[in-house]
Ligand binder design. Structure first.
Ligand SMILES: C[S@@+](CC[C@H](N)C(=O)[O-])C[C@H]1O[C@@H](n2cnc3c(N)ncnc32)[C@H](O)[C@@H]1O
Length: 273
């Protein structure tokens, strides 16, 4: 997302600090190549931009200077590089974190080229925090009311509301919870070391405060870009194109949550108990 100025500026800062003038840099998942372009300003070597969608790779080729950037239309898993890379830049981060396979593709390239010095980002953490957000409450109520409005059983409102509430709260949504107030501590869900962690799969049990006030869990990533630079979609930070990922607390006021991620199908399973 080239229009996401927060994201662009974090990558620019990190690339300018981490990439040296003699480095061979590969941008995995280059899209139109904005990150490859940033890297090409820092190294005297040609940057390699790897993009598996043909239309994007073709467009990138027409936009970028072939003397500075080589665009390869292939999957990173199949790439055959002329020069051993020193630095991998990749923005294959999903709204929750691992959905675009950043963990698996980083592991694969490091396995092929063990001397890679730096990944930008180098680490990716997923974190959860309870909060109170009126925007999230309104959104949930609007959704439930709309569905009940469709139903022939709308006279059975109490039963349907409970059913739809528990269904709604078993999903992760992307939206705006920037009015939120944090309640309770941040809890680590999982930490990936890019290049070293093989699989993004996880299963975690989280316990939140028993008090009645919070209504949502913000699930956010925190990407360590190197040189002290962090990119995150935490709800208290400036909004990014990833928006805020959150899970609503059910009206039953349960406070224990199991989150499982299956990396084979890129799916999250949510269970309140
Ligand atoms: C979120 S976009 C980022 C594009 C660009 N780097 C940017 O920062 O604007 C991720 C891109 O990675 C590509 N991609 C994802 N996994 C890939 C892989 N294993 N090999 C090559 N391209 C990949 C997708 O097709 C998509 O264009």
């Amino acid at each position: 997302m080239i229009l996401d100025s927060v994201r662009m500026s974090k990558y620019e800062q990190a690339i300018s600090k981490v990439v040296k003038s003699t480095d061979h840099v590969v941008d995995i998942g280059a899209g139109l190549g904005p990150l490859a372009l940033m890297a090409s300003k820092r190294t005297k070597n040609k940057v390699v931009a790897v993009e598996y969608i043909k239309e994007l790779a073709d467009l990138a080729r027409t936009l970028l200077d072939p003397n500075e950037i080589d665009v390869l239309n292939t999957r990173s898993y199949d790439v055959n590089l002329k020069n051993i890379p020193d630095v991998i830049v990749t923005e294959t981060i999903g709204p929750i974190g691992p959905e675009e396979n950043i963990v698996e593709l980083s592991y694969d390239i490091k396995n092929k080229y063990p001397s890679i010095r730096d990944f930008i980002p180098g680490r990716l953490k997923l974190i959860a925090q309870a909060a109170r957000s009126e925007i999230v409450s309104l959104q949930k109520n609007k959704h439930i009311d709309t569905v009940i409005g469709f139903s022939d059983l709308s006279e059975n409102r109490f039963f349907l509301t409970n059913l739809l509430d528990s269904y709604y709260c078993d999903q992760i949504y992307q939206g705006d919870m920037s009015d939120g107030k944090s309640l309770g501590d941040k809890q680590l869900i999982v930490e990936y070391i890019l290049g070293a962690t093989k699989s993004s799969e996880f299963s975690v049990d989280l316990i939140f405060p028993t008090d009645q006030n919070w209504n949502v869990i913000n699930i956010f990533f925190s990407a360590d870009m190197g040189a002290g630079i962090t990119l995150s979609n935490y709800f208290e930070l400036p909004l990014t194109h990833w928006l805020h990922s959150y899970i609503c607390r059910p009206e039953s006021k349960k406070n224990k949550l199991r989150i499982e991620y299956d990396s084979n199908v890129n799916q999250f399973e949510i269970k309140w108990y």
